[in-house]
Design a binder for this molecule. Structure first.
Ligand code: F6P
Length: 300
């Protein structure tokens, strides 16, 4: 009997359910017994593990979030906690894990691999900051949500001749910011890793105003500065109101767009097919439109 466990971990991302679905479809065709590990590594530690039966094959494809639940579980860094989790795997006779998540999930998986558990990782995060892949599951849906929000804010910015600062997620990665700035035609963008000069920005804004352009959108990645204080500083210099919006978790939820459903599903089937062929301890990704895998211990 081949027993596998699936878990989703870290921030949920739209398309995770499609990935689970892809894994399940191939797993059942190949007579695997599949266990759902609920709420990520926390569920592994708490033995929140239940068989997913064939006839329960769900149709969650069109829903955001993750059917299996997720968590951020810092305690998993502790060996004693992991030993209990590994013991739970042994109790359920689970030989292999498929883990869908972001960087934190990959680190968790690396620990498990080093402790003798075989793992395959799939990149699931809106941040698009995971190694070994051009795109992570959920990134394009979040991008769509951000661009839609920019479009809406633009209507008000134009009508009221105002300047908006919009903060978007991405943790330390500017991918969502850059792509949404292009798609939403934002006037200014601020991203991690590229120094910006606030006085230059102010001069640019003044320059635009002098040319009669009196609405603008400044888009900025989270964790760079306090945008409220930032806006107050600019406001004093240009003598014009600036409004701030932190988009927050609306970016993470919602129905996955088709691309993320297909990406998730295909990555899921690719991952379990690797397992069937005897591969283990790899993370999968998409590069130049081809699915690829890499040794997790070499990358993380
Ligand atoms: O990793 C996804 C993400 O949404 C990041 O963009 C953000 O920094 C973080 O998670 C927020 O995490 P939490 O929901 O745990 O506060």
């Amino acid at each position: 009997m081949k027993n596998i466990g699936i878990l989703t971990s870290g921030g949920d991302s739209p398309g995770m359910n499609s990935a689970i679905n892809g894994i399940l479809n191939v797993a059942y065709l190949n007579n695997f017994v599949v266990y759902g590990i609920y709420n990520g590594y926390k569920g592994l530690f708490e033995n929140n593990i239940k068989k997913i039966f064939n006839n329960n094959l769900f149709n969650f494809n069109n829903l955001g979030g993750t059917y299996l639940g997720s968590s951020r579980f810092e305690k998993f860094k502790k060996k004693t906690i992991r030993l209990k989790a590994i013991n739970n795997l042994k109790k359920n006779n689970i030989n292999s894990l498929i883990i869908i998540g972001g960087n934190g999930s990959y680190i968790g998986s690396k620990y498990l691999v080093q402790e003798g558990i075989s793992c395959i990782n799939l990149p699931g995060t809106i941040d698009n900051d995971v190694v070994c892949t051009d795109y992570s599951i959920g990134y394009f849906t979040a991008l769509e949500t951000i661009v839609e929000s920019i479009d809406r804010i633009r209507d008000t910015a134009f009508s009221h001749q105002s300047i908006f600062i919009i903060e978007v997620m991405g943790r330390k990665c500017g991918d969502l910011t850059i792509a949404s700035a292009i798609a939403g035609k934002c006037e200014f963008l601020i991203i991690p890793g590229i120094k910006f000069n606030i006085d230059n920005l102010i001069n640019e804004i003044k320059n635009k105003i002098s040319k009669g352009i009196n609405n603008a959108i400044i888009i900025i990645t989270e964790n760079i500065c306090n945008i409220k204080k930032f806006s107050e500083y600019i406001k004093k210099k240009i003598n014009k109101e600036i409004r701030t919006i932190i988009l927050g978790h609306v970016q993470r939820g919602g129905k996955p767009i088709s691309y993320d459903r297909i990406l998730g599903y295909r990555m899921g089937t690719y991952a379990i097919n690797l397992l069937i062929k005897g591969h283990k301890n790899v993370c999968v990704g998409i590069k130049n439109n081809k699915f690829i895998y890499n040794d997790i211990l070499k990358l993380i």
